[in-house]
Design a protein around this ligand. Sequence first.
Ligand code: SF4
Length: 321
Amino acid sequence: MKDIVLEGVGLTKHFTVGGPMSGGRRRVRAVESVDIAIGRGETVGLVGESGCGKSTIGRLLLRLIDPTEGRIRLLGQDITDARGSGLRRLRRRMQIVFQDPFASLNPRHRVGDILSAPYRIHGIEPRIGIDAKVAELMGRVGLDPMARSKFPHEFSGGQRQRIGIARALALEPDVIVCDEPVSALDVSVQAQIVNLLRDLRDQTGIALLFISHDLAVVENICDRVAVMYLGRIVEIADRDRLFDAPRHPYTKALLKSVPRPDPGRRRRALFRLEGEVPSPVDPPTGCAFHTRCPVATKLCAAERPPLSIREASNKVACHLN
Ligand code: SF4
């Protein structure tokens, strides 16, 4: 892998929910023992059904929430215990682009104010001045710098996401977590935003963690893809290997719904996904997927398969594959 920019080792996050009025306190196992690393200039996809823990991993890596267990390293430095001003300094290096650009932009602020805020908050004076820097940022993401005096509602959904990306780029971070960045956009606009992110990554060498439930989008932009099920990574592989020859039955089930633009590259032995995701409060024994897996055996219900290397750096957690 290229130089590692951001890394989580053994990341675990449990939340406590409920109280005396709702049947007592229960522990939600949102993320369990996840290892993940993103290299310079690399895009790592994190996919899985809603509630599988992928957004929680993004927030853990950015230190927006504290892990129950595990360590987080940025450019080799352990940042797990960073607090206060030290954590604020780190935030310059790690940014996030949210799913809903409208909700993440203050509707009462003009775009010029939104994009200059990172410099004011961190007390940074760009060499060319804040106004020129804001104009430059807007140009980089394909927005007219003359529109800086407009409010967010005066832009389209795609343009608002460009504003969100420009804000994330303002402090020249090493890594951006993109949390479902195109799922609120029209399909025709999604490709434009994905192309923009890819171009910016190629120009700057920035590392991207791309969280999405849409595998077609992930196939378009990611170099490697991690598939999550009920808080754990069940398969992680290079993009082409994962999409051409998935090994884990859950990956095969997810890919069933993704159309192939080239009919000659058909996927073999894919499964239809049946049933609901079990509760992370009381996950199944053994392999958590065994309650839905069409090829499960007795062993699957009794023993959890470790995430093991199969070939190159590709890993799978399955007794049979
Ligand atoms: Fe299916 Fe068993 Fe593999 Fe789990 S370990 S995915 S239940 S075959």
